[in-house]
Write a new protein. Sequence first.
Length: 259
Amino acid sequence: MHLVDLWLSRSLSMCLLLQSFVLMILCFHSASMCPKGCLCSHSGGLNVSCSNANLKEIPRDLPPETVLLYLDSNQITSIPNEIFKDLHQLRVLNLSRNGIEFIDEHAFRGVAETLQTLDLSDNRIKSVHKNAFSNLKARARIANNPWHCDCTLQQVLRSMAANHETANNVICKTSVLDEHEGRPFLNAANDADLCNLPKKTTDYAMLVTMFGWFTMVISYVVYYVRQNQEDARRHLEYLKSLPSRQKKPEEADDISTVV
């Protein structure tokens, strides 16, 4: 009995030691995979915080099991294609307060279906590709950017979930219509379908061009008619100015003699 108790106590000690060893391995592995300048922690999944890390681009060695990713308050200027494609568990992505100007068409491929929150506020985004947010299910924050309100932006917001809430926070820094500058995009979109403006502008341009050509043709015809009338009048006056032909005296005498 004493041997059994001794064996059980040693087995329990070995199990505890083994568990501690495994936990140390896991913690060391997670720490070693954490991108340079970032802090990694486990709280309902792997949280990677790279806030205020002076990053100029998005790290390419992000752990695949990342659930929360904070890249705010850096100097990131662009989001390349498929930069997050391996982060299949990503739920929260914070890219606010950077200098982002460009978002490639497939920037969120791989995470569009899993993201729940996407923060792109306080950047320098003027426009994006019309498919940049395709299939994005996340609640997006894109306020405080110098947006250019046009057909593309209208298409982008229509493709996003809860686009009315998002659009209401988008202020038109510039717009295809001057009267929309400084106004919320939602109001601008309600006032006019921005995707029809180019067609209307083209129609107006064609009408103006056709009217211009028609005016030129009419003007030329009027000028041509008036010019011919003027030439005819001058020719008639010239003919009238010529002296009429009179009989010579010799011809008159000859006629009298014959008679």
